[in-house]
Design a protein around this ligand. Sequence first.
Ligand code: NA7
Length: 530
Amino acid sequence: MDYDAIIIGAGISGLYQLYRLRELGLRVRVLEAGTGVGGTWYWNRYPGARFDSESYSYCYSFSAELLQEWDWTEHFSPQPQTLKYLNHVADKFDLRRDIEFSTRVTAAHYDDDARGWMVTADTGAQYRSRYLVTAIGPLSAPTMPRIDGIETFAGEAHHTARWPHHPVSFDGKRVAVIGTGATGVQAIQEIAKTAGHLTVFQRTPNWCKPLKNRPIDAAEMMRIKAGYADIFRRCEESFACFLHTPDPRNTFDVSAEEREAFLERLYEMPGFGMWQGNFRDMMTNPQANAVISDFIARKIRQRVSNPEVADKLIPKNHGFGTRRVPMETNYYEVYNQPNVLLVDLKETPIERITPNGIRTTAAEHPFDMIVFATGFDAVTGSFDRIDIRGVKAARLKDTWRPGIATFLGVLVRDFPNMFMLMGPHTALGNIPRSIEHNVDWVTGVIGHMQKFGLTRADAMPEAVAAWTEYVRETGQALLSNQVDSWMTGINSNVDGKQVRSMVRYSGSAPAYREWCRKVASGGYRELAFA
Ligand code: NA7
């Protein structure tokens, strides 16, 4: 074997996994497609990209020294600052010497005789390794919309997740943005500041909530540093590892006045409070959800001066919080600007992209630039883009075709020694919190194998069946699983992703960790070792 472990990806999960496996004394190589570290925060450098979670809850917690030496400048860190932080982490722990940049993994094949993986990169290089850790992210395979003529556009065109490294100017330009998810909303509010004219092409409006970001001064940063232990304890106890926990009351436990006052407070609160800290039945009771959606709809009407435009911005096919809630800063006010136009694609669909711009069924819009904020082939897309084969050369893509099946979202039966970080069916939520847990657990399994001289680990079929069933059960009551979004496996631009499927675990993070803890403390009986 060339290496004990190959890690694919040098984002938040890959960097930390490298750190941990090095502690075990393993020979590790990280293969990274980008020219630098950072993953999501390396690729998504579009204007407006930033954390939607409090910076100090969304960072690594494993090193007290790192926590104490790093100063966050804003409550919700902007992408350049986050990238700087991840570069600092790579330098501080001397991680770069084990990372190969500009190396995109194209294939990973398991060899049962050698009990290891043969990994192939687009550079032509091949690597043999005992363990394979995928640190490729649930939202990292960008998708372009399927629109006729897209390749004929003669102006500038950028996907938000493949944003150029050089500055992009919107000054005086006629700019189009397609897509109004969390990314589109962040980009639109920024582009509108300088574009000559901005046209937003919206297919489905989302329920957006004010972020209420603000700078962190030195005194506040000192207080945050002193309170890190409490911050991470709160994250650990909450449903999805955020600083916000659901209110113990149900929506209709309180009077209409009290409810309104509570929702007002949440609306004014920074971050995900309105989504993660609302009445506890918001995500399961359609009537409760309708009340909260109505509250946000009224806010949109107050903030957008033209009632017809306001109406177009109000979602009609899903309730608040049932899709990822985009966080905004003056997003709705953008539509009051004279240089901004909203095009509702439900009314006037795009017919084609032309060399000059975009033609809908109603008009031809000329553009200098098109920004595609059209999202990702989520969760499984980053796996599908690599030719991953397990025992008897079975393709991972085919294995999952009838439905995703994993053990704890980490292991897949018949793909021995492959460990997924942030894979399908694992706890997501506040991703860095989940990453640290995932990495520590994987490190535990690998450490166990090293200690006992084991060379093959696979998930037992019964364990896979039990976890997959648990994922299905915990997702049943949730309104969000009855709505089309990347969280339910839908992507209109990808073949085979038109029907909803259970791609993510939607139970609680504490329950997920308890499963993992029991498996580890029981000596990994759910895994077949050899
Ligand atoms: P999302 O949330 O998947 O949003 C993609 C957006 O692009 C969404 O508004 C889509 O409309 C729109 N879209 C996609 N294809 C088309 C076509 N063909 N025509 C018109 N509009 C289209 O991706 P984001 O990058 O915003 O966010 C992904 C996650 O990253 C986010 O949840 C955070 O967790 C981080 P649709 O809703 O499908 O009608």
